[in-house]
Design a binder for this molecule. Structure first.
Ligand code: 4AD
Ligand code: MG
Length: 477
């Protein structure tokens, strides 16, 4: 391939009068004369002007939506409005043609549902290339934040023998022949015959192993894929999603909340500072989409405005018990508008979380000290013997983005919690060892990566912020 100039570079430092070579996909073709070309290096297209009267008929016919071109020409100041420079093409070569009668996408607005079925092509649209550039930016910012703050990146296993969350929503990993399973004498499946010599699953969280890291290296984090076989068909759940889990020795629940707030603000700021074009495009897209909606369905502010609002304000911090009180005294509860009654002891429902965040406080809220019976075995028991030192960070539109806790470091209490929840000690002997030998108070949390990207991009369905979504009955690409 001959040398090419990347379009982002060309637009950032235009060298007027120079001969340039660019390659990219046709985003639009107007008046048989103006091509908007994009190579993925940024939101902005470069305008290519062709002399169609002197152009080879065959090539002209092939300049269609999303065809791939190589263009050689002179960079000039643009005569038209909308762009400052343009390329006056000397040569146009078709690298990959795209028959408009066959091509599944059209050069017009298409629904997200439609594009989801075309995941191999949707990244060529403005919306999805912006989303996935921002997804990259958030991932990069995660590593930068932790590296700059002295955390070590720990790779935790994807195949595991334990159920970290105790929710039992795991995908089994096996090489056993499902049509001919080995059995023990009492008729159960004999997992000793399985690949790892025991029953194994895809991990739901790297936390338990991250605790091993924290109790040796002080500050660690994981960032990896996690898998949950919950049969949720919501706009907030995936079966395969990525989670970021910092774990820190000598942290209590308050340190944990401070870290969570500082961390998510950093991620948002990073995107605001470095990806303004993509954000501006997504902001406009939402406004377009909401134009025909009734006022009460529209978002209270624009995307960028909302991101700024979140980074500029302290998150509200309340206890679960306070949250229940607020909800029970709220207008929607008194008027019977909640589907689920807010009762002490029951999990907060999405409608409750949204009320707290969007109506009551109008900013992110951190709820802590949840009833022990609705939380995992490893969370530290509070002095009231009823609640545990757990915290959830709730965001507008999204609900829970972070779930975390201070961990139970007291071996007796941990063992009795495990017994209460029917978790066999043999399965987690190494986890108990951490408390038996040089244990320490520690805390951590898990940030749902896609939920964060969902918030920053203003998209409405989590399946549109991961390149190839996995959800019940969905694993095509
Ligand atoms: O609250 P969760 O279940 O917490 C844990 O797994 C802890 N082990 C984390 C820790 O303390 N180290 O999950 C953490 C976050 C949630 O707040 C949510 O943002 C996201 O992971 N999450 C999901 N995201 C997409 N699809 C799903 N099915 C998700 N389930 C949880
Ligand atoms: Mg949670």
């Amino acid at each position: 391939m001959s040398k090419r100039t990347e379009i982002a570079q060309l637009l950032a430092e235009p060298k007027i009068g120079e001969k340039v070579t660019v390659m990219g996909w046709v985003r639009a073709f107007r008046s048989n004369r103006f091509i908007a070309l994009n190579d993925g290096t940024g939101m902005k297209n470069v305008q290519v002007v062709i002399d169609f009267e002197n152009m080879d008929e065959e090539i002209l016919k092939k300049i269609n939506f999303h065809a791939c071109l190589k263009v050689v020409g002179n960079l000039q100041e643009s005569q038209g409005a909308g762009q400052s420079v343009e390329i006056i093409a000397d040569e146009v070569e078709i690298l990959g043609s795209s028959d408009p009668d066959q091509y599944p996408l059209q050069p017009k607005r298409q629904t997200m549902e439609f594009l989801r079925d075309k995941a191999h092509l949707r990244m060529r649209t403005n919306t999805f290339s912006a989303v996935f550039r921002i997804r990259h930016a958030v991932a990069f910012a995660v590593h930068k934040y932790f590296n700059d703050n002295g955390y070590y990146y720990l790779h935790t296993p994807i195949v595991t023998g334990s159920d970290a969350e105790g929710a039992g929503e795991m995908f089994q990993v096996t090489t056993l022949d499902l049509n001919n399973l080995p059995r023990t004498e009492d008729g159960k499946i004999d997992f000793k015959e399985d690949f790892f010599g025991k029953a194994t699953n895809l991990t739901v969280s790297g936390q338990l192993q991250a605790e091993i890291g924290a109790l040796a290296m002080g500050k660690v984090y994981t960032f990896g894929p996690t898998f949950r076989a919950e049969n949720s068909h919501t706009t907030r759940h995936l079966s395969e999603f990525w989670m970021i889990e910092p774990e820190v020795a000598f942290f209590d629940i308050f340190d944990d909340m401070d870290l969570a707030e500082d961390f998510v603000k950093y991620l948002i700021n990073y995107v605001l500072d470095n990806y303004p074009d993509d954000l501006a495009f997504l902001d406009q897209r939402i406004q377009q989409e909401e134009k025909n909606m009734p006022k009460e369905k529209r978002r209270p502010m624009g995307l960028v405005e909302m991101l700024r609002f979140v980074v500029d304000n302290d998150f509200e911090r309340i206890t679960y018990s306070e949250a229940i009180n607020i909800l029970r005294n709220s207008k929607p509860f008194k008027k019977g508008r909640f589907e689920f009654e807010p009762t002490w002891g029951a999990d907060l429902q999405a409608e409750h979380e949204r009320f707290l965040v969007e109506k009551k406080f109008k900013k992110p809220v951190i709820v802590r000290d949840y009833p022990k019976d609705i939380k995992a075995f490893y969370m530290r028991m509070n002095d009231d013997d009823k609640t545990v030192a757990a915290m959830d960070v709730l965001f507008p539109f999204i609900g829970e983005v972070i779930g975390g806790s201070q961990r139970e470091e007291r071996i007796d209490i941990l063992k009795s919690r495990m017994a209460d929840m029917d978790i066999p000690e043999e399965e987690l002997w190494w986890y108990l060892d951490l408390r038996n030998f040089g244990g320490a108070p520690h805390a951590g949390f898990g940030l749902g990566f896609e939920r964060m990207v969902l918030f920053i991009t203003g998209m409405t369905n989590i399946r549109d912020v991961i390149p190839f979504p996995r959800a019940p009955k969905t694993a095509e690409f």
